[in-house]
Design a protein around this ligand. Structure first.
Ligand SMILES: [Mn+2]
Length: 338
């Protein structure tokens, strides 16, 4: 508890130089929790900068504070300086420094007081204080709770509420996944009360497709979907050429894996995308099928029980062959775990 008191006295105390960072290729929860938190800490009188390890999808640009975000890949020098001279560093929506690439080493080395706010499994011990709960659907839910616990709920304005709403909405798959708890609805109700326009946020995130992206989805569905009924699995394998042909941008492949999971009788879905350095993999599952364990064991990854990711350094075809083989071998374990 002393820890929490120390933390509170810093937040309520004199101006601090604060850096907030979040994981590689931030999603709505990563960016929403970072910018929601930034707006709060700004109001508490601190000097706050959000640094992302990479770029992120354009459908998040509407968030308040977006124009102040520093992309480490574009400004490595400036980012390094900010991290090295920060009094406090917040790490949101990730709990292992390898998720922030080269920034991880800089954060590790920095003398700043470190705060980790996250809801992923197996956090690594790099922070001075951890606001961590795997039962939370989203990091945005934890940021909301933290602000309330600080006694500062009245500081949450419409823009902050919309950042937090976005993270909770997307991390619950639009309030559909099993992590959509009573608390999620209670928090979201409060955010609406504080001004969030849920319908607007939904449109900004889900209904801002480019024609290229829609055509790409159509192509992937008709040409790149493999269904394995005997294994209750389905996956997409997307080549580098496919991405080029449809002028794919950051975020364009996001959510495609859910089409595979939406097939009747399918319990595991995957998306394999051929990137520059590796095959990037997204896994989704239903009910008790824990894809995070599977991803950690075989694909250098991890995440949540029903939504996780991984990597492979084999070719695309070798990777999907291996995936199919592992599914066949591990079928009993995968589908019968509790
Ligand atoms: Mn999250």
């Amino acid at each position: 508890m002393q820890q929490l008191e120390d933390f509170k006295s810093k937040i309520n105390g004199p101006k601090q130089k604060i850096v907030i960072t979040t994981h590689h290729k931030p999603d709505a929860d990563a960016l929403g929790s970072s910018l929601g938190l930034k707006a709060y800490l700004d109001k508490k009188g601190h000097k706050v900068t959000v640094i992302t390890p990479s770029d992120y999808p354009a459908f998040l640009y509407w968030m308040k504070g977006n124009d102040t975000v520093i992309n480490y890949e574009e400004y490595p020098q400036k980012s390094a300086e900010l991290v090295a001279t920060a009094d406090m560093i917040f790490a949101t929506d990730f709990s292992c420094l390898s998720r922030i690439n080269d920034l991880g080493e800089l954060v590790q080395r920095s003398k700043a007081y470190k705060v980790n706010i996250d809801h992923h499994q197996d956090p690594k011990d790099f922070a001075d204080i951890r606001v961590w709960d795997t039962a939370a659907a989203a990091t945005c839910e934890l940021v909301y709770q933290l602000i309330v616990d600080m006694g500062d709920k009245d500081l949450i304005d419409k823009e902050m509420a919309e950042c937090l709403y976005a993270g909770i909405m997307t991390d619950t798959g639009g309030f559909r996944h099993p992590n959509t708890t009573k608390n999620v609805h209670l928090v979201v109700a409060e955010l609406i009360d504080l001004g969030a326009d849920g319908s607007r946020v939904t449109r900004m995130i889900y209904d801002t497709n480019s024609v290229n992206r829609l055509k790409f989805i159509g192509f992937a569905l008709s040409e790149r979907l493999v269904i394995l009924p005997h294994l209750q699995a389905a996956y997409f394998a997307i080549t580098k050429e496919d991405l080029e042909k449809y002028h794919s941008k950051t975020g364009d492949t996001e959510g495609i894996v859910n089409y595979a999971l939406s097939l009747e009788g399918i319990k595991i879905a995957a998306l394999f995308t051929e990137r520059e350095d590796a095959i990037k993999i997204s896994f989704r599952s239903v009910e008790d099928v824990a894809v995070n364990k599977f991803a950690a064991e075989f694909f250098d990854g991890g995440g949540h029980k029903n939504a996780s990711g991984g990597k492979s350094y084999l070719g695309l075809k070798e990777t999907t062959d291996r995936f199919e083989q592992l599914l066949a071998e591990k079928k009993e374990e995968l589908y019968n775990q509790k």
